[in-house]
Design a protein around this ligand. Structure first.
Ligand code: PXG
Ligand code: PLP
Length: 451
């Protein structure tokens, strides 16, 4: 298909009212969206294309996941080949070679402490899997009294019942009943009085990790199974850990025999300029959850990485016994595995897992050049992630950033992500310096145009 015929075909894809009504959209104001749909029909490299063929610069790597850029041929070919070769194979009491090969391959880019990989199909499933592994691990070691889980305010850990229980976003929790019992939350670390306009990690706030000691004194450390945090909170507006904060969480959890889980669904696979945040911050948790970038967002897949010794604690009793009663039909789906192996090759061959560190200072300067724009109350960045926090309109929280999203899409042909009055940008790791300048140039015009 040449470009003209392709665009002509796509232009015919105007949706009927019945079609628009039929899709119950996730995390979307359905009525507002359907009154003025924003459709993406095709993608290549750094760009999306609308059904009319308008080119949109991808400032968000899709939804923080397309780290290798769109439509990468080696990944596309691997998926197509795999679909023809082996479409599906069970991994319950059966196996297929790619699952084992991928697990071992992923361990090569992790710290040596990590020894096993459990596959899932999303970040939400990875989080629920990690929480269950933590509880079952303690029980397998005769410490079944460790049943409590500790998350953090403003944490996002997906939408399963485990994930929303340890998560700290009121809107994601309030209408869904009583949650898991025995969960408590650390305070978040975002405080504009102390850390506004930080470049990289804020200097202020490491002491907030000591709140964990307070929670442990309240519940008794022997009742706590795990602490879960995002090393950098993404979804709730790019909250960057203060200097020393993660180290302190690690010290306290280790002291009390509590597992530390890093939710690296966003920070994993090069977003910070190292393969994982654990390497970036030099702090080693016991379990790591990932998804998204594992295969550059091409086929749903997630994983949990377990530190040496966790798996071994389960390998007791008669060998005919199932050690962990947990798994998904599509755990290690062949298409997802093939896509992930091809993606890891691309990451290696193009140096993409380190690329964010080369671009980080250019990115930081570009973001902070927006400081004089109207309504900007904070700018913050780390790796190839940036956030612009706007003052909320007094009568309508979130409306200002939403206007920015609409303006960016229709007038500047730029894809951004907003949450409340925070704009987040996190482009594919193949972004060029010129495209970084373009992203911030477009954002400047957007900020100047909205009131
Ligand atoms: N943990 C973290 C840290 C995440 O960022 C999940 C778990 C859940 O992953 P799944 O694959 O189940 O969605 C996420 C997902 C946003 C945004 O706009 C962020 C996510 C998902 C959708 C939107 O910031 N993060
Ligand atoms: N519901 C029913 C009725 C099922 O049979 C299954 C799996 O066999 C599931 C839910 C879970 O689906 P999945 O393994 O894709 O998470």
């Amino acid at each position: 298909m040449n470009d003209l015929t392709r665009h002509a075909t796509l232009a015919q894809s105007d949706l009927t009212d019945a079609q628009l009504r039929a899709f119950w959209m996730p995390f979307t104001a359905n009525r507002q969206f359907k009154a003025q749909p924003r459709l993406l029909a095709r993608a290549e490299g750094m760009f999306y294309y609308t059904p009319e063929g308008r080119q949109i610069l991808d400032g968000t790597a899709g939804l923080w996941c397309v780290n290798a850029g769109h439509g990468r041929k080696p990944i596309v070919d691997a998926i197509a080949r795999q679909a023809a070769e082996l479409d599906f194979a069970p991994t319950f009491q059966m196996g297929h070679p790619l699952a084992f090969q991928l697990a071992e391959r992923l361990l090569q880019i992790l710290p040596r402490d990590f020894a096993q990989v459990f596959f899932t199909n999303s970040g939400s499933e990875s989080v629920d899997t990690a929480l269950k592994i933590a509880l079952a691990y303690h029980r397998a070691r005769g410490e079944g009294h460790r049943t409590r889980l500790i998350g953090r305010e403003r944490g996002y850990h997906g939408v399963g019942f485990g994930g929303i229980s340890v998560g700290g976003i009121a809107a994601n929790r309030k209408v869904f009943g009583a949650m898991l019992p025995g969960v408590d939350h650390l305070p978040h670390t975002h405080d504009l009085q102390h850390n506004a306009f930080s470049r990289g990690q804020p200097k202020w706030g490491a002491h907030l990790a000591d709140e964990l000691e307070r929670l442990l004194a309240l519940h008794d450390p022997s009742t706590v199974a795990a602490v879960i945090v995002e090393p950098v909170a993404g979804s709730t507006g790019v909250l960057i850990p203060p200097d020393g904060y993660l180290q302190r969480l690690r010290e306290i959890t280790a002291k009390h025999g509590i597992l530390l889980i890093f939710d690296e669904v966003i920070t994993g696979f090069g977003r910070l300029g190292k393969p994982f945040a654990t390497q970036y911050f030099g702090v080693t948790p016991d379990l790591i959850t990932v998804a998204k970038g594992i295969n550059s967002g091409t086929v749903p897949m997630g994983a949990v990485f377990a530190r040496q010794g966790i798996y071994d604690a389960f390998m007791q009793g008669p060998e005919r016994m199932i050690e962990l009663f947990h798994g998904y039909t599509y755990s290690a789906h062949p298409l997802a595995c093939a896509a992930a192996l091809a993606t890891q090759d691309l990451y290696r061959d193009e140096g993409l897992l380190e690329r964010a560190s080369e671009l980080a200072s250019h990115w930081e300067d570009g973001l902070h050049s927006l400081r004089d724009c109207r309504n900007v109350i904070d700018l913050r960045n780390i790796g190839l992630v940036g956030a612009v926090e706007l003052a909320p309109r007094p009568d309508a929280p979130g409306a200002r950033a939403y206007d920015a999203l609409v303006k960016a899409f229709f007038d500047e042909s730029l894809l951004i992500r907003v949450t409340a009055d925070i704009i987040a940008v996190s482009p594919p790791l193949i972004v060029s310096r010129a495209q970084i300048d373009e992203i911030f140039g477009k954002l400047r015009r957007v900020l100047q145009a909205i009131d």
